[in-house]
Design a protein around this ligand. Structure first.
Ligand code: NAP
Length: 501
């Protein structure tokens, strides 16, 4: 496949002195120009210049632009599936599905802004005769925040990357975007950038609304979040990387919001009647969810909490049987496989854990499931077990009683999701957990598994830290647009000065 191998800065393909090579799971490697701090300056200035005209576009104009990007992406589905599966090792069907999710997400935001409710418009009419003081005319709506930096995620080369949810919601809000492409899929990023650029041209939008900078090391991302013209950041990735960038945003002379979606172990609580009635089925379901996409989902259900006893054995045995047969799967990067094996070693070395299924490294990018069992008291006495291991690694925590289950729940850090497996006789037990889980997670599920995040209005993909760095927000669903808007009140302004929306 022919690739340009350059950055896209405000409509211009730009090279740089240094190059890096992609590291595909299969197929040929490609060379790409490596990002620089100069390119960050150039892209941020172009984004600020474009902000004036882009923030003044109507919802109708922006919706047409988002729909045009969606069409351009759909038109490139074959190329995206080919390069995407080469670069990430994900199957062709997953890349095609994710392309549809990406264009669908753009169209969803187009429909959302046309509806107008996102503006949350409020009007307090003037009360000139009010005593003792008259009231002015007050109108409030949401306005775009300014140029936004977006970091492409390794685990969703399309739906959370160049034109993914962060970019789609920022463009919908009226904010230009500068993307720092993820080194795991630069070719995929480039083809999406070509699609966005084509939509910019056909819609007559200022080319500064979009730039893509590839590679160049950590200093590029650091310069981007610290650039004075960047006003917010969208990020999906590791707790370590996200926290470093979050701290940089907070330390700026003008601090800016950093919307980081970081780590989560997505606990699943098995309530007694449900496990007694269908322990084996739950075991198989959990195993399937844990193995999906080589466990490389932020919503991967890494921990199960179950009451000790024969029903827990039935659940465990069914899960172990399914996981032992789990095929070797290719990871997105060698670094992710390294981190998975380090995590496995950390868990297996923790006092009081029993290994039920273990994995052997056969090549640098392949993993099979690992499963461990421990007691509630061991879990509560160890910090090492509660950290995300990215990949198909699960821990079964056998608690003595419901009191200990609630204590485990109370001790959890913030999560993207918490899941309950329950039957009718578990209602009281579930009710006693709900006030705890609501404070821990952005999404609570019953009788399902958290992998598979619906892109829709009511979805919340976020949660208290460290699940995300801003737990009042979501990175999936229509409410994601609120991250890139801020309320402005117009007091007694003549109609001619009010923004067109
Ligand atoms: P990552 O290491 O956090 O990298 C994400 C992006 O941030 C990359 O573009 C990276 O730049 C940049 N970055 C990271 N640290 C930085 C720093 N200190 N300064 C400036 N830029 C920085 O995440 P990843 O590469 O996607 O995967 C590594 C690990 O992240 C996984 O093993 C997993 O634990 C976790 N992860 C979690 C989720 C989740 O949703 N919970 C999703 C994906 C990954 P470079 O491209 O130059 O490295």
């Amino acid at each position: 496949m022919e690739l340009i191998g350059k950055h896209l800065i405000a409509g211009e393909w730009v090279g740089s002195a240094d190059q890096f090579s992609s590291d595909p799971a299969q197929g040929p490697a490609h060379d790409f120009a490596a990002g620089t701090v100069d390119l960050v300056n150039r892209a941020a200035r172009a984004a600020e210049d474009a902000f004036l005209s882009y923030s003044a576009t109507t919802s109708k104009e922006r919706a047409a632009f988002l729909n045009a990007i969606a069409d351009e992406i759909d038109a490139r589905i074959d190329a995206l599936a080919e390069i995407g599966s080469h670069e990430t090792g994900l199957p062709d069907a997953r890349l095609r599905g994710e392309t549809g999710r990406t264009s669908g997400q753009l169209r969803m935001f187009a429909a959302h802004i046309l509806d107008g409710a996102y503006l949350d418009a409020r009007h307090d009419a003037a009360l000139p005769d009010r005593a003792p003081l008259p009231r002015s005319d007050l109108r409030m709506i949401q306005r775009p925040i300014g140029p936004v930096a977006v970091f492409g995620a390794s685990n969703f080369p399309l739906a959370f990357s160049t034109a993914g949810g962060d970019t789609a919601s920022a463009l919908a809000a009226g904010c230009p975007v500068v993307v720092r492409g993820h080194h795991a899929h630069p070719g995929t990023a480039e083809i999406v950038a070509v699609a966005i650029n084509a939509a910019i041209t056909s819609c007559g939008i200022d080319a500064g609304v979009f730039s893509l900078i590839q590679g160049g090391g950590l200093e590029v991302g650091q310069a981007l979040v610290q650039h004075p013209l960047i006003k917010a950041v969208g990020f999906t990735g590791s707790l370590r990387g996200g926290r470093a960038l979050f701290d940089l945003c907070a330390q700026r002379p003008e601090p800016i919001p950093f919307f980081g979606e970081l780590g989560s172990i997505n606990p699943v609580f098995l309530l007694p009647a449900a496990v007694a009635a269908r322990g084996a089925g739950i075991g198989k379901g959990w195993a399937a969810s844990l193995m999906m996409g080589a466990g490389q989902f932020c919503t991967n259900p890494g921990v199960v909490v179950v009451l000790d006893g024969p029903s827990a054995d039935t659940f465990r045995d069914a899960a172990v049987e399914a996981l032992q047969q789990g095929p070797a799967q290719t990871t997105l990067t060698t670094g992710i496989a390294d981190a998975y094996f380090d995590g496995r070693d950390r868990v297996s070395a923790t006092k009081g854990t029993t290994t039920l299924v273990t994995t052997k490294r056969t090549d640098k990018r392949s993993v099979t499931p690992s499963v461990f069992e421990t007691t509630g008291s061991q879990w509560l006495s160890s910090d090492a077990l509660a950290h995300e291991v990215f990949g198909p690694l699960g821990i079964i925590v056998r608690v003595a009683d419901m009191d200990e289950m609630r204590t485990v729940a109370r001790g959890l850090e913030g999560q993207l999701t918490c899941t309950l497996q329950l039957d009718a006789d578990d209602t009281d037990a579930a009710k006693s957990l709900m006030p705890i889980l609501e404070r821990k997670a952005g999404r609570i599920l019953a009788n399902g598994y958290p992998t598979g995040v619906e892109v829709s209005s009511a979805m919340v993909h976020g949660g208290p830290y460290p699940a995300s760095t801003n737990f009042g927000a979501t990175s999936v669903g229509t409410m994601a647009i609120r991250r890139f808007l801020r309320p402005v009140c117009y007091q007694d302004l003549p109609a001619a000065l009010l923004p067109t929306v």
